[in-house]
Design a binder for this molecule. Structure first.
Ligand code: HEM
Length: 357
């Protein structure tokens, strides 16, 4: 790891990125090296010394993909459960998707890929939520009651992040597959149209999707580099990585915006839509705390006189804290008033409201 020159004093605890190195160090210790320490440090003179830093295995994309299999499997089980629920609600016409697009409720079996895409959308959002919460716990003040060590927390943050990207990709791919399924053109023309509509910004040209789909695409296209840069941080430098990684919060904001704008299950005013807003409260609170009490001392907002020559940086930090406070206030106002941007409840006869606009 390159020396961290931006610290003015030792941090109380390791922060994001540091624990990966510590974890690599722990992994590098052979069982033979560990046993004597556990039995009271009675180390024989011939015991192997801990591996030098250069010999320690680095956390790689491959090792994290392997480590992420378990939470990936949990994500798939949850996606399957959401799919069953969405499908049952469509069949019984209790789902607001059936209200927005009644033709789907007339033939639920014909649109199963669409409902599976929705289910992946929800698990992607849930995994993104967990990833952001874990990230904020690592970079802000960490509650003492957390049952996990820093390296484990950090590894979980990385694996949920990788799985979030896969879940978003599955969500978008299934949407594309659904478009192909209902396209009567030749397969190659249908595949091209579906690709353009699902993955090319501006390619989807009707209704709310003209805005909502590019927002989802922006989230996906930002998530890939911002999530994966970690694995080449030794090339770009830990400071560059850390600065770029901060923008990953934009991925989450875009994801929530896309969902609230386009999700037909949260199309109308109601408790479910309000719950999605409610779920943003802990994120906003943790984000504000992370800015007010960052784990890294160098990121604290001290008096402007302590930052001679970097007035712009100080102003930026102050603006960030004010914006985070304002976001929290807006969320509280939305929850208190119930005005969460949902469409008005549909009329009893919905046969004419079948446009996903
Ligand atoms: C290429 C990128 C994306 C495409 C093409 C896409 C496409 C869509 C479409 C067509 C819908 C409407 C489905 C409905 O009727 O409800 C939708 C909804 C949704 N999307 Fe995306 N999306 C993308 C990215 C994302 C991302 C990044 C997330 C979150 C991490 C996400 C999560 C959701 C959720 C939760 C819903 C609501 C589903 C429902 O109401 O049941 N999407 N998306």
């Amino acid at each position: 790891m390159q020396p961290n020159t931006d610290r003015t004093a030792p941090d109380p605890e390791p922060t994001a990125g540091d624990a990966a190195e510590a974890e690599a160090q722990a992994q590098a210790q052979t069982p033979a090296a560990r046993v004597p320490q556990q039995s009271g440090g009675d180390t024989p003179a011939s015991a192997p010394a801990p591996a030098p830093a250069s010999a320690r295995p680095r956390v790689t994309l491959r090792s994290d993909l392997r480590a992420g299999v378990l939470d990936g499997a949990v994500a798939l089980v949850i996606t399957a459960a959401i799919f069953v629920l969405l499908y049952a609600r469509i069949r019984s016409r209790a789902s607001s998707t059936a209200t927005v697009m009644p033709f789907m409720a007339d033939d639920p079996g014909g649109f199963w890929m669409y409902f599976l895409s929705q289910a992946f959308g929800w698990s992607a959002l849930l995994w993104a939520w967990v990833t952001v919460v874990l990230g904020l716990l690592l970079s802000g003040p960490r509650p003492a009651w957390l049952p996990m060590s820093v390296p484990r927390l950090e590894r979980l943050h990385r694996t949920t992040s990788l799985n979030t990207i896969s879940l978003i990709a599955a969500h978008a791919l299934l949407f594309a597959a659904e478009l192909i399924n209902h396209d009567t053109d030749a397969w190659y023309a249908a595949a091209w149209t579906a690709f353009v509509e699902s993955f090319v910004p501006g390619g989807y040209a009707s209704g709310t999707g003209r805005i909502a789909i590019p927002i989802g695409q922006a989230a996906l296209y930002l998530a890939i580099p911002l999530g994966l840069l970690f694995y080449i941080r030794h090339r770009i430098g830990p400071t560059t990585w850390r600065v770029l990684h901060r923008f990953v919060i934009a991925v989450y904001i875009l994801s929530v915006w896309h969902t609230l704008l386009y999700g037909t299950n949260v199309w109308y005013d109601g408790w479910f839509r309000t719950s999605i807003w409610l779920l943003q409260l802990p994120i906003a609170a943790l984000f504000l705390l992370r800015l007010l009490r960052p784990a890294r001392r160098s990121q604290r907002l001290t008096a402007p006189s302590a930052h001679p020559g970097s007035q712009a940086g100080w102003t930026l930090r102050l603006t960030g804290r004010i914006l985070a406070g304002a976001t929290l206030a807006i969320l509280l106002a939305v929850l208190a008033t119930g005005r969460d941007g949902g469409r008005a409840e549909p009329p009893a006869d919905t046969s004419s409201t079948h446009n996903h606009d």
